[in-house]
Design a binder for this molecule. Structure first.
Ligand code: IPE
Ligand code: IPE
Ligand code: MG
Length: 234
């Protein structure tokens, strides 16, 4: 791997937990649990190779449509995850952040999340950003509302720049590499503004099986691409 061209910002649509579980005759929740374990594996690896920000899609604004018991299991996963791994995240200098409207989650979920954010706020390694109750259209809608209010209140005028638009979003960074696991070829309302020039990789590997080697292969594929940004090859 060429260490000088590691993607700075990687976004992953962690898909396929349910199908992975079904294949082994387990309930869907078992897939989500193994999926949480993979978050640890991939975050530690991304941190080690110098990725700056890893944005993981864990729960979309559309995932509330799922059965109540599945949603309620997912709401409890942050507690399981941070109780188990916050120490290791601290030891590895990893900062935890979130993107999404957290207010819709139960109090205990919000408490655990806020604690992890506060505890790791001073860390300077990987920014592990977990997108929950995140949807790109919702993000853009909220951004427009805030901008309109800022104009109305005289805090800014209406000549907004691209950079300032990014500043109104939950995730301001440009994504370099976007990966979707488990074979679906769609974006599912994820980071629409931010992936304008991302390299896209769709892998058949289910998220619970997505390990260091799988990420390494994606990065090698990314490094073999010619990112022209509308210009010509160097
Ligand atoms: C991704 O796995 C996790 C969430 C969306 C919460 P899925 O639960 O979507 O798994 P499949 O796509 O049904 O296999
Ligand atoms: C996208 O996966 C959301 C997450 C991985 C959190 P979904 O499984 O919800 O997406 P669709 O329904 O297949 O588009
Ligand atoms: Mg899915």
């Amino acid at each position: 791997m060429d260490m000088s061209t590691i993607p700075q910002t990687i976004a992953i649509i962690m898909d396929g937990n349910g199908r992975w579980a079904k294949k082994q005759g387990l309930p869907r929740t078992a897939g989500h649990k193994q999926g949480a374990e993979q978050i640890r594996v991939i975050a530690l690896y991304a941190n080690r190779i110098g990725v700056k920000k890893l944005i993981l899609y864990a729960f979309s604004t559309e995932n509330w449509k799922r059965p109540e018991d599945e949603v309620s299991y997912l709401c409890k996963l942050p507690e399981f995850f941070f109780n188990r791994y916050i120490k290791e995240l601290m030891e590895n200098n990893i900062r935890v952040t979130f993107a999404g409207e957290l207010e819709r989650f139960p109090d205990y979920t919000q408490r655990v999340i806020n604690k992890a954010v506060a505890q790791t706020a001073g860390n300077t390694g990987l920014d592990l950003c977990i997108a929950i109750n995140y949807g790109s259209r919702r993000e853009l809608t909220l951004a427009m509302r805030r901008y309109a209010q800022d104009v109305k209140d005289g805090r800014c005028n209406n000549d907004i720049t691209e950079q300032e638009v990014a500043g109104y979003l939950m995730v301001p960074e440009n994504v370099d590499l976007m990966i979707r696991t488990s074979g679906e070829l769609r974006i599912s309302n994820y980071l629409l503004w931010q992936i304008a020039y991302a390299e896209l990789i769709f892998t058949p590997v289910a998220w619970p099986d997505f390990d260091e080697k799988a990420l390494l292969e994606c990065i090698e594929e990314y490094q073999s691409r010619d990112r022209r940004f509308g210009g010509l090859s160097k």
